[in-house]
Ligand binder design. Structure first.
Ligand SMILES: *Cc1c(COP(=O)(O)O)cnc(C)c1O
Length: 403
C-alpha cells in the first residue's frame, strides 16, 4: 500500500535518513558532553565528534575543515555572510549585487542592509530564470564588496552558472557568496573548482536534522573576513558563538557523508522526467524554468537540460486552475508546494515566477514538485494520475474554459 500523502516536497525539507538519526542518538544521552569542555573525557568525546562532522561537511564541498563553521541553518548562515561581510568590508565599500530570485533569507538580509546605508543591486532574470552575465559584470563598481547568487533555485531548480559567475567576481576582486542550500548533496558542489568564497547550506535539505547549517569561509586567496553576528564565547573560531548543537552537528556530518556516496542522479532524473512528461501530457501545462520544447522531450536517464536545472525538481503551471484547488481535488493525497505563498491575509503569487515573467494567473496555477531519496516509481505514477484527474475535474466545472 502506498503511504499517503505522497511526499514530493523535498525542497521544503527532507526526512532525516534513519542512518543520520542513528548516528545522532547517543549524543543526546550517553555522549552529552559540551564540545567546548576540553578538560574532561565527555567534552573531548563531543569535540572529537564535531571534528569528524566538520571533516564530513568539508569533504562534501571540497573545503578544508577549518573553513567550515556550524550555524543554526542556512538562514542564519546567509545573514552572517551578508551582514558579516558588509561590516568587515565597510571601508572598501557598501555595494552588494544579488538577484531577484534569491531565497528570502538573502533578500531580507539585503533589505536590512539597504536600511543601514548599503546599496543593493538586484539583477533581473529572464523567462528561464537565468541571469545575464554581462549585466552582472556591468553592475560591478569600485565599491562592490560582494556578489551573492544562489547555486540552485529552491522554487524552480534552475542552476546558476556558478563557474562563470565566480570568474567574473575574481576578475574584479569581488567576493562571491553562494547560497548552495538546494545544491549541496544533490549535485556536485566544490568550492575550489566552482570558485566560491563563501558558501551556505542547510542540513535539513539533505536528509539531516532541522535547525542545523553551515557557512564556508575561504581561508586563502582570498582570506574571507566576516564580523560575527552572535557574540559570546568565541566558538567556531569567533565566527559564531554559542554552545554547539552536538547531536545536530553529528547528524549533519553523517548526512553529508551519505550524500557524498549517493550523488548519482540518474535514477532521480528518470523519475522526475517521468513525472514531468506525464504532467505535460495534460493540456495547458508548461514547465517554469526551462524552454517548453526542451522540457517536453526529456531523454531517459539524461537531465532534460544538463547543468541548468536540479535533477529532482520540476515546477509546472496548469492553466485555468489554481495550485491549491488541484491539491484539494486530489484529496490532499500529494504533498507539493504551490506557486503562491499563502499568508493569512493575501495570496501573493510567487515572486520567483513573477520575476521570470510568469503571469499571475499561471503562477497561482503552478505547483513545485521536488523528488528525493525515498521517492518511488509507484508514487510518481500515483501523482500523475491523481493530478490528471484533479485538473480534468476542475476544468470540467468551468464550462467556458478555453482549455
Ligand atoms: C531552505 C533554504 C534556506 C533556509 O535554510 P534553513 O536552514 O531552513 O534556514 C536558504 N536558502 C535556500 C535556497 C533554501 O532552500
Amino acid at each position: 500500500m502506498l503511504k499517503l500523502p505522497v511526499y514530493l516536497d523535498y525542497n521544503a525539507t527532507t526526512p532525516c535518513d534513519p542512518r543520520v538519526v542513528e548516528a545522532m542518538l547517543p549524543f543526546f544521552t550517553e555522549h552529552f558532553g559540551n564540545a567546548a569542555s576540553r578538560s574532561h573525557a565527555p567534552g573531548l568525546y563531543a569535540h572529537a565528534a564535531v571534528d569528524l562532522a566538520r571533516e564530513q561537511v568539508a569533504g562534501l564541498i571540497g573545503a578544508e575543515p577549518q573553513e567550515v563553521h556550524f550555524t543554526s541553518g542556512a538562514t542564519e548562515a546567509n545573514n552572517l555572510a551578508l551582514k558579516g561581510v558588509a561590516e568587515a568590508y565597510a571601508s572598501k565599500g557598501r555595494h552588494i549585487i544579488t538577484c531577484v530570485t534569491e531565497h528570502k533569507a538573502v533578500l531580507d538580509a539585503c533589505q536590512h542592509l539597504a536600511h543601514t546605508g548599503h546599496d543593493i543591486t538586484y539583477l533581473p532574470v529572464n523567462q528561464e530564470g537565468a541571469i545575464d552575465l554581462a549585466a552582472l559584470e556591468a553592475a560591478i563598481r569600485p565599491d562592490t564588496i560582494l556578489i551573492s547568487l544562489m547555486y540552485a533555485n529552491n522554487e524552480t531548480g534552475v542552476v546558476h552558472p556558478v563557474d562563470a559567475i565566480s570568474k567574473i567576481a575574481r576578475k574584479h576582486g569581488v567576493l562571491f557568496m553562494c547560497d548552495a542550500s538546494q545544491a549541496v548533496g544533490k549535485i556536485p558542489v566544490n568550492v575550489n573548482t566552482d570558485g566560491i568564497d563563501i558558501l551556505t547550506c542547510s542540513a535539513h535539505k539533505l536528509y539531516g536534522p532541522k535547525g542545523m547549517g553551515a557557512i564556508y569561509l575561504r581561508r586563502k586567496s582570498p582570506r574571507v573576513r566576516v564580523i560575527a553576528q552572535i557574540d559570546g564565547g568565541g566558538h567556531e573560531r569567533g565566527v559564531r558563538s554559542g554552545t554547539l548543537n552536538v547531536p545536530g552537528i553529528v547528524g549533519f556530518g553523517k548526512a553529508c557523508e551519505l550524500a557524498a556516496h549517493q550523488l548519482n542522479t540518474e535514477n532521480i532524473v528518470q523519475l522526475r522526467d517521468q513525472l514531468e512528461s506525464g504532467l505535460l501530457d495534460i493540456p495547458g501545462t508548461n514547465v517554469n524554468g526551462l524552454p517548453f520544447a526542451a522540457a517536453g522531450t526529456p531523454t531517459p536517464g539524461q537531465p532534460a537540460s544538463p547543468g541548468k536545472r536540479l535533477p529532482h525538481v520540476t515546477n509546472i503551471s496548469f492553466a485555468g486552475v489554481t495550485g491549491e484547488a488541484i491539491m484539494m481535488a486530489t484529496g490532499k493525497s500529494i504533498a507539493v508546494s504551490s506557486g503562491s505563498a499563502c499568508t493569512s491575509a493575501s495570496r501573493e503569487p510567487s515572486y520567483v515566477l513573477k520575476a521570470m515573467g510568469v503571469p499571475d494567473e499561471l503562477s497561482h496555477g503552478s505547483l513545485r514538485f521536488s523528488l528525493g531519496r525515498f521517492t518511488t516509481e509507484e508514487e510518481i505514477q500515483f501523482a500523475v494520475s491523481a493530478i490528471r484527474t484533479a485538473v480534468a475535474q476542475l476544468r470540467s466545472l468551468q464550462p467556458f474554459s478555453s482549455i
